[in-house]
Write a protein that binds this ligand. Structure first.
Ligand code: MD3
Ligand code: FE
Length: 203
């Protein structure tokens, strides 16, 4: 089913389930070439989430700020290419939410262990704010915070489960959002972790 969160924000329940094995194989291959690492905020604090990227551009954060770069600073090489299953899923999910022609050039992989969280923030480092963001949840469940356009706006709590895909664009693209600290509820296939893939048009 398709659950509407905002004018241009949708959760597609279980949309990725038919492709789960291809997606997990893609995550495994990408993380072999571009290992997970803990980024630091521009303020110098380590994030509780570990990250990597695939696609032409990858999101990084350090004392110099948040930005997209073509090379992995850890290996000095280009980020691994987007696996075909990633690109197709992102395009099909965007179309199902009314965004035809979405071609992502960046995929951020976030890995949450129990207790990891992401505090309320906006995604404003992408050049093309007309393109949506597509997010795929794999593994342990999480509670997503869907806020408004000001940090102080009340946030709605939305569970995101293994296989759910969320799509955000248009007027909802700059909403504040976050993830509550994860509970340790081992997933039968993925174990005690959650992966979130976010597909963007960054360049
Ligand atoms: C709503 N990741 O990487 S994805 C991020 O589950 C991020 O790892 C979270 O926020 C995660 O920046 C949430 C869902 C998401 C992504 C972008 C959004 C929701 C959004 C942009 C605007 C509004
Ligand atoms: Fe975000």
């Amino acid at each position: 089913g398709r659950q509407r969160l905002g004018e241009h924000a949708w959760v597609l329940r279980g949309f990725a389930l038919p492709d789960i094995e291809a997606l997990l194989a893609g995550v495994k291959a990408v993380l072999l070439a571009a290992p997970l690492r803990q980024m630091h905020t521009p303020g110098g604090l380590p994030m509780s989430v570990s990250t990597s990227n695939c696609g032409r551009l990858g999101w990084v954060s350090d004392r110099a700020g948040y930005r997209y770069v073509a090379r992995d600073p850890l290996t000095g090489r280009d980020w691994p290419a987007l696996p075909a299953a990633f690109e197709r899923l992102a395009r099909e999910a965007a179309a199902a939410a009314g965004f035809d022609g979405f071609v992502p050039d960046a995929c951020l992989i976030n890995r949450y262990m129990p207790g990891a969280r992401m505090s309320l923030h906006q995604d404003r480092n992408e050049r093309d704010m007309g393109a949506p963001i597509v997010s795929v949840s794999l593994g342990m469940p999480a509670i997503f915070l869907f806020g408004g356009h000001a940090r102080a706006d009340r946030a709605t709590r939305i569970p995101l489960l293994h296989g759910d895909v969320a799509v955000w664009g248009g007027v909802d693209r700059l909403r504040f959002h976050g993830i509550l600290p994860l509970k340790a509820v081992p997933h039968p296939r993925v174990g005690e972790r959650r992966f979130n893939l976010t597909f963007r048009r960054a360049g």
